[in-house]
Design a binder for this molecule. Structure first.
Ligand code: SF4
Length: 411
């Protein structure tokens, strides 16, 4: 690397660190900040360096691009899953010149951060990579890493995701993929889990799901702001699931007595990652409170706990496969009425009067989905606003004006 390239990289690295510290300081200065939240903020503030995470969790780390790979299986194989994401507005300066002008800004940011990773190949703190074939940007991620000059040099395991999930054939194929994932993760973690280990890992995640459900209930009641909810979910992959669960319970206990604030809305669309929490700040500034969401960075972190009637090894793998395939609301599925049904479900009646749909420029799956969603939601009597945004602060005032106008229609 030339001295000039090195200088540019160091400058970008410093600015990325500033972004993180600025957002963390903003959050710590809030009136509703509680010491119980510091564990999550500290993890995020330490940054996403793969080697640091591997050392913290004391297990081999596998990078994972999307949430369809059963987390219980990583755990049972002795591997820690780390979801690749990018919330930095600065990191794309490093990756952007090698990539298409219009592309998923979240992954462009993730690529930039991987180019800053201290490990020799971006993300080499990761023992391997798991890539479910969801959207095109995800599928092409290894190629984009290569184009950016940091090819992945660790084993990459692709999981072919059947996009018609209601077909019985799809479910069988997905189960085969889960078996293949088990073998891959076993090779990274050095152990092939037996029935007992699979069951123990399912129980660990049932606990995590229980704590997460408490947190979600507080958000439904308007007591836990979506900003804090996102901080907690964003920090999920930075440490062990057991420690995360323990700290989630402490936060839930803290927020149980707080007063609800703002007008309830449902937040849908592209994921939101620290430190780019712009949309969540703007919603608050406009007097809106996202009491429910279907973001893969927030409520869709888990598809739910996995339980099974058949305690054989096959029975448990089948239950995991079904839960992560059938329970997933990703817009890349072709048969996905469940996504809109989830928003208008009877359980949500009366919780919110409108839906804020935010889409990142270049995030085609969510952009396309918004076409069919709007009419269906309006037919249900819900207000609907679509915001298109990017990893920049420049559109903030414009977005705020539109959100304030939306707020005034909800009274
Ligand atoms: S679904 Fe959207 S946000 Fe997620 S990786 Fe694909 S383009 Fe990016």
């Amino acid at each position: 690397m030339s001295q000039r390239e090195d200088r540019i990289k160091n400058k970008i690295r410093a600015r990325c660190a500033e972004e993180i510290q600025e957002e963390a300081a903003l959050l710590r200065a809030r009136a509703d900040h509680a010491p119980e939240l510091d564990w999550f903020l500290d993890l995020l503030a330490a940054g996403p360096d793969s080697s640091v995470i591997a050392e913290r969790v004391g297990r081999p780390v596998a990078a994972v691009l999307c949430l369809q790979a059963p987390l219980e299986l990583f755990h049972a194989c002795g591997v820690h899953p780390y979801k690749i994401f990018g919330g930095s507005q600065t990191a794309p300066r490093l990756s952007g010149p090698s990539l298409p002008a219009v592309m998923c800004p979240m992954l462009r940011s993730a690529l930039g951060l991987l180019l800053l990773d201290s490990a020799e190949d971006g993300g080499a703190g990761c023992a391997g990579w798991v890539i479910p074939t969801t959207c095109d940007w995800v599928v092409k991620f290894p190629e984009m890493m290569r184009v950016c000059g940091r090819p992945i040099e660790r084993p990459v395991h692709m999981m072919e995701l059947p996009h018609l999930k209601d077909r019985p054939g799809s479910q069988e194929r997905w189960l085969e993929e889960v078996y293949a994932l088990r073998d891959f993760l076993s090779s990274l973690g050095g152990r092939k889990p037996d029935r007992r280990q699979l069951l123990a890992s399912m129980q660990v995640y049932q606990e995590a799901w229980g704590a997460f459900s408490e947190l979600t209930a507080l958000k439904r009641e308007g007591r836990l702001p979506a900003l804090w909810f996102s901080v907690i979910t964003n920090a999920f992959f930075f440490d062990s699931v057991e420690r995360w669960t323990e700290h989630v319970r402490a936060v839930a206990a803290k927020f149980r007595g707080t007063e609800p604030a703002g007008k309830g809305v449902f937040l849908a669309g592209s994921p939101i990652f620290f430190p780019n929490l712009k949309i969540l700040h703007l919603l608050e500034d406009a007097g809106l409170n996202p009491v429910a969401d279907d973001l893969c960075s927030a409520e869709r972190l888990f598809p739910g706990a996995v339980f099974c009637d058949d305690p054989s090894e096959h029975g448990m793998l089948k239950a995991m496969a079904q839960r992560y395939h059938q329970g997933c609301l990703c817009p890349t599925f072709a048969d996905n009425d469940r996504r809109v049904n989830n928003i208008v479900s009877p359980a949500n009646r009366g919780l919110f009067g409108g839906v804020v749909f935010q889409v990142l420029k270049g995030c085609h799956p969510f952009d396309l989905e918004s076409l069919s969603l709007e009419q269906r939601l309006k037919d249900e009597g819900l207000k609907y606003i679509k915001l298109e945004t990017d990893y920049t602060a420049e559109d903030s005032q414009n977005l705020l004006t539109r959100l304030e106008a939306c707020r005034s229609t909800l009274d």
